[in-house]
Write a protein that binds this ligand. Structure first.
Ligand SMILES: *[C@@H]1O[C@H](CO)[C@@H](O)[C@H](O)[C@H]1NC(C)=O
Ligand SMILES: *[C@@H]1O[C@H](CO)[C@@H](O)[C@H](O)[C@H]1NC(C)=O
Ligand SMILES: *[C@@H]1O[C@H](CO)[C@@H](O)[C@H](O)[C@H]1NC(C)=O
Ligand SMILES: *[C@@H]1O[C@H](CO)[C@@H](O)[C@H](O)[C@H]1NC(C)=O
Ligand SMILES: *[C@@H]1O[C@H](CO)[C@@H](O)[C@H](O)[C@H]1NC(C)=O
Ligand SMILES: *[C@@H]1O[C@H](CO)[C@@H](O)[C@H](O)[C@H]1NC(C)=O
Ligand SMILES: *[C@@H]1O[C@H](CO)[C@@H](O)[C@H](O)[C@H]1NC(C)=O
Ligand SMILES: *[C@@H]1O[C@H](CO)[C@@H](O)[C@H](O)[C@H]1NC(C)=O
Ligand SMILES: *[C@@H]1O[C@H](CO)[C@@H](O)[C@H](O)[C@H]1NC(C)=O
Length: 764
C-alpha cells in the first residue's frame, strides 16, 4: 500500500467519523433483521449494494454498530476502512464481490451483541439502510455438582443402595440467554426444575431422585440456552450396590436336550448379571449346599459373574431342584440375593422290582385263586414296554398266561400248579432295559392221594399224598377185621402199627386224610392191608430130643418173633389126615447145642409130652401179626425107641430082687454085647441120642459135620412145610445121616433184656 492510498483512507475515515451523526431508527430508516450467533463464532452481516436505477452508481457503503461506524467502503476510490478498535485482532472480513456484500465478524465476543446497520449511498438513487439485530449467545459454564452439604462432587458419588434418594445439585455459571438445567438419566429427562441460585449469574437444579438400577446407570446434568449447539453436559458416576438382576442356569455339556443321565458327569453354568459389587455364587441341590466343584469368575466391566459346577447326578436326584444363588455380600440380608432354580431331569435305565399283589405271602398263591404280579418300576423317561419271564424263558402271548403279557402287571385269573415257578419282569425305556430279581411263586393245593394212597413201610403205614404246603395233620380211620374203627391223628405221614390197638393178624382197612390248611382233601386214601409179611420167619433150625422124660422141640430163635408155639399132629384113625393133637408154647433156655461161637445162643424149647410114631411135631414163630408156618419134624425110630419105657423100671418096684435082675442083666448083657458087636461092625462110634435137624444153614451144617456121625432124619423140606401143616401130606425129605456127640443140656431163663429180634449174625 502506497503512501497515497494511506492518505486517502485516513481522509475517508475522518470524513465518516466527522460526518454528522444521525441515529438509525429501525423500521423507519430501514428493515431490521434479527440474527443470532454464538460467542466465539462468526456473524455474517449481509448488505445489498446493487443499484436500482439505470446508470446509477454506488458511492459509499458504511457499517455501523449502534450507530458507530466500524467499516466503510468508498466505491469512488475503491477504498476500505475498518475501525481499528473493532477490527482489533483482524477479525473483520469483508467480501464485496458477492451480492449482497458480506461482512463477517469472526471470533464473536459477548459485547458484539448490538444493533448493526448498513448505509449505502448512490450517485442518483436514495440512500439505503438495512438493520441487523445481532444477538450473541453466551454459553453457560460446564455444570458442576454439589452434594447436600455443599461439597463439590467430582466423578463419582456413593455408594448408595438401591432405593436410596440421591440429593444432588447441578450448577452452571453464566450463559446468555439464561440456560435451562436439566437432569437426565441416559436420555430420559428426570428433573427439569431449574431455578436461580443465591449467587448471581449462577443457575442450579437440585435433584431429588430415588435411585434405581436403571436411573443410576448414567446420570447427567445438562445446561442449554440455544438449540444451535448441544447442551453442555456433565456426568457423574453413582456407585450403587445392586443385587443380581438376573440369574440363569445353563447346561454346558453332558446333557441331551437338558436331560441328565444318572452317573454321568455334566457341567452346568450359572450366569449372573447386574450385581455390584461381585456377588457370591452358591449352588444348592435340594437345599444341600454343594461346596465343591464350583469356580467363579467376575467381569467388573460387564458386571457379569459366572460359576461352573460339575454334577454327577444319581437316580434319586431326578426331580431335585438345582439352585444357583447369587448373594451380594455388600447388601443387607433380605434383598441381597437372587436365584435361578431348575428341576433336574435325570434319566436312567428302569429300576424294577417284582411283587405279588393280593392276599397271602409274597410268593404263595392258592390253586384257583388269582395270581397278580406287578412289575413295580421307576424309570425316566417312562417305560416303553415290559417283558415277563417264567423260569427265565420269555412269556409269549396266548400261552398259559393269556394274551396280556407285555403290560406292567401279569394277571392269571385262576392259578394252576403249572403256574408255579420263577417269575421276573423286565422293563425298557430309551436308556436301557433292566430285569428284576426273580421271585418263586408256589401254588398251594389241597392234599391228593398218590402212589396207592397208603403203603406199608416196615412196621408203619404211610399216607402218600401230594400237597403244597406239605400236610401237617393226618386223620386215620383204622379198622381191623371184625373190630371197631379206631380214629387216629398223626402229625406226620407215618402211622406206626404200634399205635393201632386190636389184632393185626388179620386184614386191616385203613384210610387216611391229610390236611395242609389249604382245603380239605377231596377223597381220602383207602387201602386194605394184611401183615403176613411181618410175621416172623418159620423156625429153621430145630431138633427133637428126648430129655427129662419127654420129647422136646428145640429151636434157634428167629428174628422178630415174640413167642413160639409147638404143636403135635397125629394121623387120624378114620381118614389119613393129620389132626392137631395139642398145642403149647415154647420157653427159653441157653444152648450150646445148635450153634457155636463166642456168645452162648439162646434156645427156645417146647415140651411135647409123649410122641408116637407117625406123629409130626410143628414149631412156629409168632408175633402180633400172627404166626409163621410150622416147621414139621417127625421123630425118628431111634428117638422113639430111646423114649420107650426102660424095662428095668418094672423090676425096681418088685421084690423079685436082684437075682432076676442079675439074670436078666446077664442075658441083656450077652444080648447087648452081641448087638453091640453087630452095631460096632456097622457103626464105628458108640450110639448117641438121636437128633433130627432140618433146614441147616451153612454154619450149622458145618458145625454138625464136625460133631461126628449121627443119624438125622428130616421129615420134610422147607418148601413143603413152610406152606403150613393143614394138609399134613408133607413130603419126606431124604434122610441125612449125621452123627453128633451127646451133650448135657442146661436150661436157664433168658436174661431179662434179651432181644427177641435176634439177628442172624449175632447168633453165629
Ligand atoms: C469464521 O470465519 C473464518 C474465516 O472465514 C473461518 O475461518 C472460521 O472457521 C469461521 N468460524 C466459524 C465458527 O464458522
Ligand atoms: C481488519 O484488519 C486487518 C489487519 O489488521 C486487515 O487485513 C483487514 O482488511 C481489516 N478488515 C477490513 C474489513 O478492512
Ligand atoms: C433486538 O433484539 C433484542 C433481543 O435480542 C430485543 O430486545 C431488541 O428490542 C431488538 N431491537 C430492535 C431494534 O429490534
Ligand atoms: C440378564 O440381564 C442382562 C443384562 O441386564 C441381559 O443382557 C440378559 O439378556 C439377561 N438374561 C436373561 C436371561 O434375561
Ligand atoms: C426328561 O428328559 C427326557 C429325555 O429328553 C424326556 O423324554 C422327558 O420328557 C423329560 N422329562 C421331563 C419331566 O422333562
Ligand atoms: C471353571 O470350571 C470350568 C469347567 O470346569 C472351566 O471350563 C473354567 O475354565 C473354570 N473357570 C475358572 C475361572 O477357573
Ligand atoms: C471396576 O471397574 C471400575 C471402572 O469401570 C473401577 O473403577 C473399579 O475400581 C473396578 N473395581 C474393581 C474391583 O476392579
Ligand atoms: C424183622 O423186622 C425188621 C423190622 O421190621 C425187618 O427189617 C426184618 O427184615 C425182619 N426180619 C425178618 C427175618 O423178617
Ligand atoms: C378126618 O377125620 C376127622 C375126625 O377124626 C375129621 O375131623 C376130619 O374132618 C376128617 N378129614 C377129612 C379130610 O375127611
Amino acid at each position: 500500500m502506497d503512501h497515497r492510498m494511506r492518505v486517502i483512507a485516513a481522509l475517508i475515515s475522518f470524513m465518516v467519523i466527522s460526518s454528522p451523526v444521525y441515529a438509525f431508527i429501525p423500521g423507519a430508516d430501514g428493515p431490521v433483521i434479527a440474527e443470532e450467533a454464538l460467542e466465539g463464532g462468526n456473524a455474517t452481516l449481509y448488505c445489498d449494494t446493487s443499484t436500482d436505477i439505470l446508470n446509477d452508481e454506488l458511492m459509499l457503503q458504511v457499517w455501523y454498530k449502534d450507530d458507530v461506524p466500524i467499516y466503510s467502503y468508498d466505491a469512488r476510490i475503491s477504498s476500505q476502512w475498518s475501525s481499528s478498535s473493532f477490527n482489533s485482532s483482524g477479525r473483520l472480513l469483508s467480501d464485496l464481490r458477492r451480492q449482497p456484500t458480506v461482512l463477517t465478524v469472526t471470533n464473536l465476543r459477548g459485547d458484539d451483541q448490538a444493533l448493526y446497520h448498513c448505509r449505502v449511498d448512490y450517485l442518483l438513487g436514495p440512500t439505503r439502510n438495512v438493520g441487523i439485530n445481532l444477538t450473541v449467545i453466551v454459553l453457560p459454564s460446564q455444570p458442576f455438582f454439589l452434594d447436600e452439604v455443599g461439597n463439590k462432587v467430582e466423578g463419582k458419588i456413593g455408594p448408595y443402595h438401591e432405593g436410596d434418594t440421591l440429593l444432588l445439585s447441578c450448577l452452571v455459571i453464566g450463559g446468555r440467554p439464561p440456560p435451562r438445567i436439566s437432569w437426565y438419566s441416559g436420555e430420559e429427562l428426570v428433573d427439569a426444575s431449574d431455578g436461580a441460585s443465591d449467587i448471581p449469574g449462577v443457575k442450579e437444579n437440585e435433584l431429588y431422585l430415588p435411585l434405581t438400577r436403571d436411573n443410576a446407570e448414567s446420570l447427567s446434568c445438562r445446561a442449554n440456552n440455544t438449540p444451535r449447539v448441544p447442551p453442555v453436559k456433565a456426568t457423574l458416576k453413582i456407585e450403587l450396590f445392586l443385587s443380581a438382576y438376573n440369574v440363569t442356569i445353563n447346561w454346558v455339556r453332558g446333557t441331551v436336550e437338558d436331560a441328565l443321565s444318572a452317573g454321568r458327569t455334566a457341567v452346568v453354568q450359572c450366569v449372573v448379571h447386574g450385581s455390584y459389587p461381585q456377588p457370591e455364587l452358591t449352588w444348592w441341590l435340594d437345599h444341600r449346599h454343594l461346596t465343591q466343584h464350583s469356580n467363579q469368575s467376575w467381569n467388573n466391566a460387564t458386571r457379569k459373574a459366572q460359576s461352573f459346577l460339575e454334577l454327577t447326578p444319581a437316580v434319586s436326584d431326578n426331580g431335585a431342584t438345582l439352585a444357583c444363588v447369587a448373594t451380594n455380600t455388600a447388601m443387607a440380608p433380605g434383598r441381597d440375593s437372587k436365584a435361578d432354580v431348575i428341576v433336574l431331569n435325570v434319566t436312567y435305565s428302569p429300576i424294577v422290582e417284582l411283587s405279588k399283589l393280593g392276599d397271602g405271602r409274597l410268593n404263595e398263591v392258592v390253586e384257583l385263586d388269582s395270581l397278580h404280579l406287578e412289575c413295580e418300576v421307576r424309570a425316566n423317561p417312562p417305560v416303553e414296554n415290559f417283558i415277563w419271564y417264567f423260569n427265565d424263558i420269555e412269556i409269549r402271548p396266548h400261552s398259559l398266561w393269556g394274551s396280556q403279557v407285555s403290560s406292567q402287571s401279569l394277571l392269571v385269573e385262576e392259578a394252576t400248579r403249572r403256574h408255579a415257578g420263577r417269575y421276573s419282569c423286565a422293563a425298557r425305556n430309551s436308556i436301557g432295559e433292566t430285569r428284576s430279581e426273580s421271585i418263586n411263586i408256589n401254588v398251594f393245593y389241597p392234599p391228593e392221594c398218590m402212589d396207592h394212597g397208603i403203603t406199608l413201610v416196615k412196621e408203619s403205614l404211610k399216607c402218600n399224598v401230594k400237597a403244597l404246603p406239605a400236610p401237617d395233620t393226618f386223620f386215620w380211620h383204622i379198622q381191623p377185621t371184625d373190630e371197631d374203627v379206631q380214629h387216629l391223628t398223626t402229625g406226620s405221614a407215618i402211622l406206626p402199627l404200634t399205635q393201632i390197638t386190636g389184632s393185626l393178624s388179620r386184614n386191616l382197612d385203613a384210610s387216611c386224610e391229610a390236611g395242609n390248611g389249604i382245603a380239605s382233601q377231596e377223597k381220602p386214601c383207602k387201602r386194605t392191608f394184611s401183615f403176613e409179611l411181618l410175621r416172623p420167619p418159620q423156625p429153621q433150625q430145630c431138633d427133637l430130643a428126648y430129655e427129662y422124660e419127654e420129647f422136646q422141640m428145640r429151636c434157634l430163635p428167629v428174628e422178630n418173633a415174640t413167642y413160639y408155639e409147638v404143636s403135635v399132629w397125629r394121623m387120624s384113625n378114620s381118614n389119613s389126615s393129620l389132626m392137631l393133637e395139642r398145642r403149647g408154647s415154647m420157653g427159653y433156655g441157653m444152648s450150646q447145642a445148635l450153634a457155636q461161637g463166642e456168645g452162648v445162643p439162646w434156645l427156645v424149647r417146647g415140651p411135647l409130652g409123649n410122641l408116637r410114631a407117625e406123629d409130626e411135631v410143628g414149631a412156629s414163630a409168632c408175633n402180633r401179626y400172627g404166626c409163621s408156618g410150622s416147621l414139621l419134624l417127625r421123630p425118628t425110630e431111634i428117638l422113639l425107641n430111646s423114649a420107650g419105657v426102660p424095662w428095668w423100671k418094672y423090676l425096681v418096684g418088685k421084690d423079685v430082687g436082684i437075682s432076676i435082675g442079675a439074670v436078666v442083666l446077664l442075658a441083656v448083657f450077652i444080648l447087648s454085647s452081641v448087638l453091640l458087636i453087630r452095631v460096632a461092625r456097622r457103626v464105628r462110634s458108640k450110639p448117641a441120642p438121636v437128633i433130627q435137624v432140618l433146614q441147616l444153614d451153612e454154619v450149622a451144617r458145618e458145625y454138625l459135620d464136625n460133631l461126628g456121625e449121627h443119624k438125622v432124619h428130616a421129615s420134610c423140606s422147607l418148601r413143603s412145610c413152610s406152606s403150613g401143616y393143614s394138609d399134613g401130606s408133607g413130603e419126606t425129605a431124604p434122610t441125612i445121616d449125621r452123627r453128633r456127640k451127646p451133650r448135657l443140656w442146661e436150661w436157664d431163663a433168658p436174661p431179662p433184656d434179651v432181644t427177641l429180634t435176634l439177628h442172624r449174625e449175632s447168633a453165629v
